[in-house]
Design a protein around this ligand. Structure first.
Ligand code: DGL
Length: 262
């Protein structure tokens, strides 16, 4: 089992931001990354649609003998991880907006959360906000249109800049000092966000914490690879491989990137 790959899925290319953190921490693990770009964005779908898409992705990864699954998507985690954990025998690691550290570090007591509507409307998000940020004012903003533009590779575009300005303005005016990135696509917007945000606003992203959590769970369950060689990294997309390639560095591109109709 130790030598089996780790499976990672997202509604598209955004989860490569999590894959990168995992790869930094655990370079000798084999990984299979699944970008369900054909069905992006998940954030506008119903809870049951998100569960069905997540099941499809997990079934595909388990057919390829994955020992653990990372749900590299806030929308799929907040809507489907409880279902997945109760229906499949492998460990699941998820990602949800990092409200807790943001609330702890906020001096103004005002925290902005940029996420999909599916994440913000989920029960898990509601529970986490209530538990960890009771005395904090949370300014929620749906990042409508952002995932679509990122999936088209339009990161540094005027459309993107205009949308972000519109979404950030109310949060900046309200006095946030922490902006939580509640979608794994959004770390690709950090350079633009830094330009648009006042310098005192901290951007909170928990990709590294997800990788550490994956390490801890594999360590506890005896699932870590015992190889000292670099792992094999496979990336699959159900749309254009050229788009996925833009989100991987030259070194990562040397590995397998293929189209599959899943
Ligand atoms: N990367 C996904 C997330 O973290 C994007 C969701 C979507 O496809 O709308 O939520």
């Amino acid at each position: 089992m130790n030598q089996h790959p780790i499976g990672i899925f997202d509604s598209g290319v955004g989860g490569t931001s999590i894959w990168r953190e995992l790869h930094k921490l655990l370079p000798s693990e084999d990984t299979i990354y699944l970008a369900d770009s054909k069905n992006a964005p998940y954030g506008e779908k119903s809870g049951s649609e998100i569960i069905n898409l997540s099941k499809k992705n997990v079934d595909w990864l388990l057919e390829r003998d994955c020992k653990m699954i990372i749900v590299a998507c806030n929308t799929a985690t907040t809507n489907a991880i409880a279902y997945l954990r109760s229906h499949y025998p492998v460990p699941f690691i998820g990602i949800e907006p990092a409200i807790k550290p943001a609330a702890l570090h906020s001096a103004t007591g005002k925290v902005g959360v940029l996420a999909t509507s599916g994440t913000l409307a989920s029960q898990l998000f509601l529970t986490t906000s209530k538990t960890h940020a009771e005395d904090i004012l949370i300014l929620e903003q749906v990042g409508e249109g952002l995932v679509r533009l990122i999936e088209q590779g339009k990161i540094d575009s005027s459309e993107m800049r205009l949308l972000l300005q519109k979404y950030l303005e109310p949060m900046i005016n309200a006095g946030i000092d922490q902006l939580v990135l509640g979608c794994t696509h959004y770390p690709y917007l950090i350079p633009l966000l830094k330009e648009l945000l006042p310098h005192e606003v901290k951007i909170v992203d928990c990709g590294e914490a997800v990788a550490r959590q994956a390490f801890n769970v594999m360590d506890e369950q005896g699932l870590l690879s015992d190889s000292s060689q670099q792992g094999k990294y496979c990336f699959y997309t159900n749309t254009d491989t050229a788009v996925l390639q833009q989100f991987l560095s030259d070194g990562d591109r040397a590995h397998q990137i293929e189209y599959r109709d899943f």
